[in-house]
Design a protein around this ligand. Structure first.
Ligand code: ATP
Length: 349
């Protein structure tokens, strides 16, 4: 049975539209014009216990709204949500026992108090027995390397230190599900890596289900077997990142190094009348092409038969570029994976 089950979820917000000019402002005050705004439109998915899922989408796509509904902060306008067997907004308190939440841009720790004080408050709020509280605090503080920070006032911590303390706070009550909203935002590479390693560990060792929103593709490559992409409130993809690469990465580059620059120049001439862009820099020839328009094995055959490469590497469109192209253009290129697998392994639209 899935630990998260979402069926035909919809959320609309009613906003008042302010007219331009002084007269307009006055009219808006007297008779405000209301407009319905669809933030989430008919989304369905289910997540099994222990899965690690990325929830991606451009700004304003509806990610936070979905997470707020999953955590019971917002009530859906339509549709059904079950998280760990409960409807979150109807059982907000009980649901909270099974859910941990980390917001990269908001703190759940009290800024003017020592870290430990916030943890004790959580102990009280979640009625965590003292022995479990002490054991969890000790174990997580050790792995996250925050033991020396527990007596420090939260506002004196660096962002990386605070994020490690935030993650610890979200785990003290041993939740089954962890919602992470941009957990590595603003962190340096070392701090990001530390946090990723820890999140990966709790998912693997404790079987905690992860739902992660991020704009950082490395978070996903490292942590998530499954990626869901939402755009304009609709789920447009549900499957692996690898599958996105296989189906939608169209641009590929072959980089060939030669002993001498003139050999690279000569090799470039072989591709002058094909669907391939050849660029020479010093001893390196770079061939860029659309994989649907030119055949990689033909190009390699030509290179190896007619030239003497010293070294050769191949690179597909980088995942950041690919995802931002999907945000801009949608999933338009290539055949989407078939519907029967869609829930776990393919596109949904
Ligand atoms: N309380 C609200 N009232 C009115 N509109 C809202 C409210 N909350 C969100 N929205 C609108 O709903 C849409 C989805 O917002 P949401 O915050 O879910 O996007 P997001 O995918 O999390 O974006 P980001 O990556 O920028 O955080 C946006 O157009 C937003 O302006």
């Amino acid at each position: 049975m899935p630990i998260i089950d979402v069926q035909h979820l919809r959320k609309t917000f009613v906003t008042s539209v302010r007219k331009e000019g002084r007269l307009g402002t006055l009219r808006s005050l007297i008779r405000p014009e209301r407009r319905e705004m669809v933030a989430v439109e008919d989304i369905s998915f289910s997540i099994e216990q222990g899965e690690s899922v990325a929830y991606l989408g451009p700004n304003g796509a509806g990610k936070s709204t979905t997470i707020k509904m999953l955590t019971g902060i917002l009530e859906p306008s339509e549709g059904r949500i079950e998280v760990a067997g409960r409807v979150p907004h109807l059982n907000r308190k009980l649901s909270a026992y099974q859910i941990g939440v980390v917001f990269g841009q908001r703190s759940q720790l009290l800024f003017d108090l020592p870290v430990n004080d916030s943890y004790e408050l959580f102990r009280y709020m979640y009625s965590i027995p003292w022995d479990r509280y002490r054991a969890n605090l000790k174990a997580f503080a050790e792995v996250l390397e925050v033991e020396h920070l527990l007596k420090r006032t939260v506002r004196t911590l660096s962002l990386g230190q605070r994020m490690r303390c935030e993650i610890l706070a979200s785990l003290l009550h041993e939740p089954d599900i962890l919602f992470l909203d941009e957990p590595t935002i603003g962190l340096d590479v070392v701090a990001k890596e530390r946090i990723r390693a820890f999140i990966e560990q709790i998912n693997r060792e404790k079987g905690i289900t992860l739902l992660l929103t991020t704009h950082d593709m490395q978070d996903i490559e490292r942590l998530c077997q499954r990626t869901m992409i939402i755009d304009k409130g609709q789920l447009i993809y549900d499957g692996s990142l690898q599958r996105i690469r296989e189906h939608y990465a169209t641009e590929r580059q072959i980089r060939v190094t030669y002993e001498e620059p003139w050999l690279a120049e000569a090799a470039a001439l072989l591709f002058s009348d094909q669907q391939v862009k050849a660029r020479v820099e010093e001893r390196m020839l770079t061939l860029s092409y659309d994989q649907h328009a030119a055949d990689t094995s033909d190009l390699l055959q030509t290179l190896i038969t007619h030239t003497k490469p010293r070294d050769l590497t191949m690179q597909d469109e980088n995942i950041d570029a690919l995802i931002s192209r999907i945000y801009r253009e949608g999933l338009t290129h290539g055949e989407p994976p078939s519907r029967p697998e869609a829930q776990l392994e393919g596109a949904v639209r």
